[in-house]
Design a protein around this ligand. Sequence first.
Ligand code: AKB
Length: 315
Amino acid sequence: MCTRVLVIGSCGQIGTELTQQLRLLYGDSNVIASDIKFPTPHNPHEIFEHLDVLDNEKLSFVIEKHKITDVYLMAAMLSATAEKSPEAAWSLNMQSLLHVLELARNKKIKKVFWPSSIAVFGPTTPKENTPQFTITEPTTVYGISKLSGERWCEYYHQNYDVDVRSIRYPGIISWLTPAGGGTTDYAVDIYHEAFKSSEYNCFLSANTKLPMMYMEDAIKAAIVIMQAPKENIRVRSSYNLSAMSFTPTDIANEISKYFPNFKVTYSPDFRQRIADSWPSSIDDSHARDDWGWRHSFDILSMSNDIITNLKTQSS
Ligand code: AKB
C-alpha cells in the first residue's frame, strides 16, 4: 500500500517546508496539505484541504476521502502566544492530538508524527546536556500541553499499539517561512532585520543560551524518524533532539561577519522568563542510537545558508 500523507498545519513555519519535502519524496498527488489558513500563493496542482483540526468530523472525512496512511500533526499554539490564551492553547494542542490518536486507534491511519518541544522541561530540569529521561516540570501552558501530549502518545502506543513518533524540537530557524508565537523566534527575525535595517531589538537578553536547529535538519528529523523501522523507535513519548546551542550575542557576532554595521539592542520582555525555564543544551544520544539521527548544520553553516538565500531572494 502506498504512503498517503496528510499534513495538518501545512501553512505554518515547519509545515510549509515539510509539505514541500514530503511532496518530493512521495509525489504531489500523495501529499495532502491542510490548514485553517489558505496557502499564499496556492499552486492548483497541489492538493489542499481547508481544515480546522478541532473539527473532528471534517478531519475524519478528509482522511477517508484521500485514503490517508500517515498524518503529520503540525498545528499548535507556541509558547509565547499560549501564555496569552491558555484555554485556547490547551484546547488546540490537546484536542488535535487526541483526535488524531483516536483515528490511529480505530485503524483509519497507520502512522502519526507529532512534534513535542524542549518546552516540556522546566526550571528544575538539569540545564546543560539535558538527558532524555529527567525531571519534566514545565512552567508554561505550551510546555504543559506538550508534556501531556507525550504521555498520551506513550499511552496510545502501549495500550492500543498506535504507531506514533515524536521529537522534542528546539527553536527552529528558517529563512523562507516566518516563525510565529514562539520564544525562540528572535533567531529567525534577527536575520531578516539584519537585511532590512541593520538593527535588531532582541526580546531576550544577550546571554540567553537556547538549543536551536536549522529548518533543513528539522525536516530531515521528521522524515527520518517516520521512515525508521517500527522496532527502532524505543521512546514512544518523544525523543530529545539537538543540533546547536547559542545566545543572541553569538548569532549577532555571526551576522556581523556579513553585515559589519549590524547593531543589536536588548529589551527582554515576558518571553525571557519562558526562555530562562528551558534547557541550554540537549543530550540527544537516544535519537542518535535508535534511529540514526545526525544533524548537518551548525551556527556557521546555517548563517551562511540563510544569508546566501536571503541575498538571492532580494536580488
Ligand atoms: C517556541 O519557542 O515556543 C518553540 C519551541 C521551542 O517549541 N519554538
